[in-house]
Design a protein around this ligand. Sequence first.
Ligand SMILES: Nc1ncnc2c1ncn2[C@@H]1O[C@H](COP(=O)(O)OP(=O)(O)OP(=O)(O)O)[C@@H](O)[C@H]1O
Ligand SMILES: [Mg+2]
Length: 254
Amino acid sequence: MLLDIRNLTVEVEGKTILKNLSLSIGFGETVLLMGPNGSGKSSLIYTLMGHPRYIVKEGSIVFKGKDVTSMSTEERVKLGLGAALQFPPKVYGITLRALAKKIVKDEAEIEALASSLNLTNFLDREINVGFSGGEMKRAEIFLLLLQKPSLALLDEPDSGVDVENMVLVGNAIGRLLSDSSRTAVEKPSGLIVTHLGYISRYVLTHRTYIMQNGRIICYGPTENLVNDVLKHGFDWCTKCYGDRFPCTYLGDKV
Ligand SMILES: Nc1ncnc2c1ncn2[C@@H]1O[C@H](COP(=O)(O)OP(=O)(O)OP(=O)(O)O)[C@@H](O)[C@H]1O
Ligand SMILES: [Mg+2]
């Protein structure tokens, strides 16, 4: 198992946000995470990356067989965790190219990835300063893909991106996560937060989890769950699966 989150309870500013949450991702697997606003999806990503405000009260995070629950963000990144945040910060005084060069030495690789994400004209601008929402999203994904993480945590890569750029973003993420020429052990894994599931058109996913109120309430095949959520909403998930936490997808029960 690449990532094993066991019975995780997390507090931020004294408020319990994640509640006894368990979730596992195998080598080469990509999973989607869906859930209503405020259900704790981004908090899970911050917690996995070791953000100091997110305090683990119970449970553990095991990554590549190591308990990383108390590790610093830097140590986690060195082990192969990487994230593209929902709301990346502006970084004044540092250009996108300067940071990219800290990640990889090969300028041609930087240029090629920037071009594939329609970012060539942004390389010499300060990171995210004055970027539009979609440009910021592409820049964040660019920096994550350069890192070539073993587990890519992507928070809403398909929100706020226009149709043409969605194709570029989807294909770039797909190249990282769905490369069929690589064996499962070599292939990076992914945890992708999405509201509408567009990203699943570009990335082969192994399953989808639904989160509500800090808990995983069900999981199952992406196609079924994305369609059901878009058709019926999240309340339907609670009604359908509500008494059995967590439970697998059992077919259309509406
Ligand atoms: N630093 C913080 N201080 C106080 N409350 C916080 C903090 N961080 C998160 N929360 C609260 O935790 C809950 C979960 O937030 P989170 O950002 O994880 O939701 P989300 O599932 O990512 O939602 P969205 O779909 O809107 O991005 C929210 O109610 C949020 O207000
Ligand atoms: Mg969020």
